[in-house]
Design a protein around this ligand. Sequence first.
Ligand code: NAD
Length: 475
Amino acid sequence: MSKPSNIEAGRGAGASVLEIRNPSDLDEVVGTYACATVAVVEEAFAAARQAQQGWWSFTLEQRSNVLESISQLIFARQADLAKIMSAEGGKTVPDALAEILRAGNIARFFAGEALRLGGEKLGSVRPGVDVEIAREPVGAVGLITPWNFPIAVPLWKIAPALAFGNAIIWKPSEKVPGTSTAIAEIMADAGLPAGVFNMVIGSGPDIGAAVIEHADAISFTGSSATGRKIAVRCAERLIRVQLEMGGKNPLVVLDDAEFQSAVNTAVNGAFFQAGQRCTASSRLIVTEGIHDRFAAALAEQVQGLRVGNAAESTTQIGPVIDQLQFDKVSRYIEIGRQQSGDILAGGGALTLPSRGWYIAPTLFSGTTNDQRINREEVFGPVASIIRVKDYDEALFVANQTEYGLSAGICTTSSKLAKHFQTHVDAGMTMLNLPTAGVDYHVPFGGRKHSSYGPREQGQYAVEFYTTVKTSYLMV
Ligand code: NAD
C-alpha cells in the first residue's frame, strides 16, 4: 500500500502546522495538518524512484484496475468529501459534489486509457530494418495544484500520470489539506504499490520549490505569476513542464442573443463558485442594441443571488476561501470603483450571521477594456460589462488580453458564431454556454499567458506523461 508521505511529515526538523478555519464560519477550526519538510520531499522522491519501474512493469490490466478502484473509492466517499471541501474551501455542497463526480469520472476514463497506450511500427529506409516507436513513462513526476478545484485538478494530473506508469510526488495547495489528505487515503486504499504515490503538504516557495528541484517533469496549475517562475526553473533544469494558469475570459453577448438564456449564462459563468474559476466570465462584452436591457436584467438577477454559508442548502454563492483572497478581491472592487462607471450590484463585503469571507456578487458597468479590473485576474465574484458597437468590436475587445483560456458568445447567428469560434484567440470556445464548465474526456487548456506546454485531459494527456522511444531492429 502506498503511504502518503505527509502522514509522517511532522517528524522532519522544522515541520510547521497549518490550522484551517471554515471560510463560512471563522469560529470553526476545520483541522490542523502537519507540513512536510524539504527532507521529506527528498525521501518521497527516493521512494518514488524505487517504486516507479515496478509500477511500470504491472500489466496494463493491473494498472487499469487500480485506476478503476480509485474511481470507485471517490464515488463511494462523495458525501464525506463534499463536506470537507465545503468546510475548508467554502464550496457549496452541490458544487463540491459535481466536482467529486468529475474527479471519479476522470479516474475511470484513464482506467480505459491505461489499456489503450499504444505505439507505432514503421518500415525503415534501410533494407531489413524495422522501426518501433514506443511510449514510456517520464519517471517521478511533480504535480503542483491550486485550491479552487481541490479534487478535480489533482485527479486530471494524478490519473494520467498513473495510467502511463509514472510515480508521483504531489504538492497540493496548502489551503486545502483536508481534501488532499482524503485523496491520499483513497490512493492508499486503491492498491497502489508503496512509493508510487506521495503527497507533500506545505507552502509553494519551500515545499513546491523542493519538488521542482527533484522532479523529472512538472505539471502545474495555478496563477500565471507562479507558473512563469516555475517555467524558468524547469528550463534551467531542462525538465519538461506543463502549466495551466489564469484567465480573463470574455463572454460576448450580441443583439440577437436569446435574451434570458444569455442572462443566465452570464450569471453562471461570472458568479457561481464565487467567481473563483480560471474559466470565469469576468468580461461581459455586450453590443449596444441589447446593452441597457441586458445590464438591467443581469443586475436584477445578480442582486437576487443568495450568498451564505456554503453548507446551507439555500446558498448559491459561498464565501471566498480566505483573508488573502478576500483582501485581494476587495482591493479590485475599490480599483474598479475608482476607475469605472457604475456598480449595478454588490460592491463589497457582506455581513452575515456567521463570521466569514463573504463578498457580495459585484457587477460593474460602463467599464473599458484597458481598466485594471478588465486586464488582471480578480478571481472573485466580480464581473464588468464592456459596451461595444457591434460584433467586430466585440471580437477585437475579446482578443485584447494577455490571457486566452475560454471565450464565449451568445448569439442566434450561426455565421457569427462560426466566425467567433475560428477567430477568437482562446484554447476553448463556448456557444450559448458559460465560459466555465467543461467535459472530462476532451483536452482542456488555453493560449498566451493561460497555458504553456502540452494539453491536459482526454487522450491528449499522453503527450505530457509519456516520452517516446524509437527502436531500430535488424530483422
Ligand atoms: P498559486 O499560483 O498561488 O498556487 C498554485 C500552487 O502553486 C499551490 O500549490 C502553491 O502552493 C504553489 N506554489 C506557489 N508558489 C510556488 C513556487 N514558488 N514554487 C512552487 N510552487 C509554488 O495559485 P492559487 O491561488 O492556488 O490558484 C488560483 C490560480 O489558479 C488562479 O490564477 C486560477 O486561474 C488558476 N487556475 C487555473 C486553472 C487552469 O486549469 N487553467 C484551474 C484552476 C485554477
